[in-house]
Design a protein around this ligand. Structure first.
Ligand code: LMR
Length: 338
């Protein structure tokens, strides 16, 4: 057992002890540590702070939410371990980070161009697929509470990316998803999985040449300062599952859990309502900073990117499961889009 695991187990033991003695110390608030990897000034960062405000108010101070933003507590992979061990109680990892946990179906959200817009996406997350995905987390000791939006991803590098061919040979940072790996390989580039907190430095030092992300994530991590070019490919989506340690959640007094569920519903509405504006503002910020040339694509160019990336759907079918992909396509058709 390494030091980190031992540390996590000790933290978990302390948290469990606090819960067990909760009734003896009637005054002490229940503490929920909410860890995440992005800046406060992003859809997820603002959502977490709004949840803190609403939850503390709804429970009349019986619950205290401690938000740890920007990977100050844990990085991507560590935070999932920490949640399972009970060292933190709440997270909102990107949907692209659930594959290593063994729930590969989540990677349906990473398929390039699968969501023509957020309406389709919300039909999926709020419908049977969203519910079923949460069920699959339960055997892992995790409970899903809500889905939060960030937005659509764009590509960046230190050279113009006009066509998919311009990606050839580049080293591109990705999140830990096999679908994203396949997507980058489909462009003839080399994917490198890396924690979000390490991306800025990797771009700055040339460990990787480029990355894909939402304008909000790029701007708040200052990636635009170390990327000369950005192309508005909108080729994929970044969103989150707000999750809790199942044992902790189910061990809460029922009245408190109901109040927290209400706070989460309202925080989720808020986050999803601000996500587009946050990304629009961030893109304007990148433009204004003047260090990155932003290329928008015309329809013909966009078709080229789609053509290069769509084969990934078929290629990843056996990993994600045909039923899950079909369920998304059904929602697309239901809105009369395809
Ligand atoms: C990334 O790792 O690029 C993003 O998932 C970070 C985040 O949580 O938005």
């Amino acid at each position: 057992m390494n030091f980190k695991t031992l540390h996590l187990m000790l933290c978990a033991a302390v948290s469990a002890g606090v819960l067990a003695t909760g009734s003896a110390m009637a005054q002490a608030p229940i503490v929920i540590k909410f860890s995440h990897v992005v800046a406060n000034d992003t859809p997820k960062g603002k959502g977490a702070l709004r949840f803190k405000e609403l939850a503390e108010k709804a429970t009349n101070g019986r619950v205290k939410i401690e938000v740890y933003a920007n990977s100050t507590l844990y990085k991507d992979k560590e935070e999932l371990d920490a949640l399972q061990l009970g060292a933190v109680q709440m997270l909102a990892p990107s949907l692209a980070k659930f594959g290593p946990l063994g729930v590969k179906e989540f990677e349906v959200f990473d398929l390039p161009y699968i969501f023509p817009n957020k309406d389709v996406l919300h039909r999926v997350t709020e419908g049977p697929v969203g519910k079923q995905l949460f069920t699959k987390l339960e055997p892992k000791g995790i409970k899903g509470l809500a889905y939060w939006d960030n937005g659509f991803k764009d590509m960046s590098a230190n050279k113009p990316l006009r066509t998919p061919e311009d990606m050839r040979g580049l080293k591109i940072r990705i999140q830990s998803s096999k679908v994203l790996d396949a997507q980058i390989r489909a462009l003839g580039a080399n994917p490198q999985v890396m924690a979000f907190s390490e991306v800025y430095q990797a771009l700055q030092t040339g460990v990787v040449d480029g990355q894909e992300n939402t304008p909000s994530n790029m701007f708040t991590q200052k990636m635009h300062e170390v990327q000369s070019n950005m192309t508005l490919t909108h080729h994929g989506y970044i969103g989150y599952a707000v999750i809790v340690n199942k044992k902790f959640w189910e061990g809460l007094p029922a009245d408190i859990r109901t109040q927290l569920e209400g706070a989460m519903r309202d925080a989720s509405k808020y986050t999803n309502a601000i996500s587009q504006q946050e990304n629009d503002d961030a893109l304007a910020g990148i433009r204004k900073a003047g260090k990155t040339t932003i290329l928008d694509l015309n329809d013909a160019q966009r078709m080229q990117w789609r053509k290069a990336l769509l084969p990934v759907h078929k290629q990843m079918e056996s990993r994600i499961g045909k039923e899950t992909i079909d369920a998304v396509d059904k929602e697309v058709k239901a809105l009369g889009i395809k």
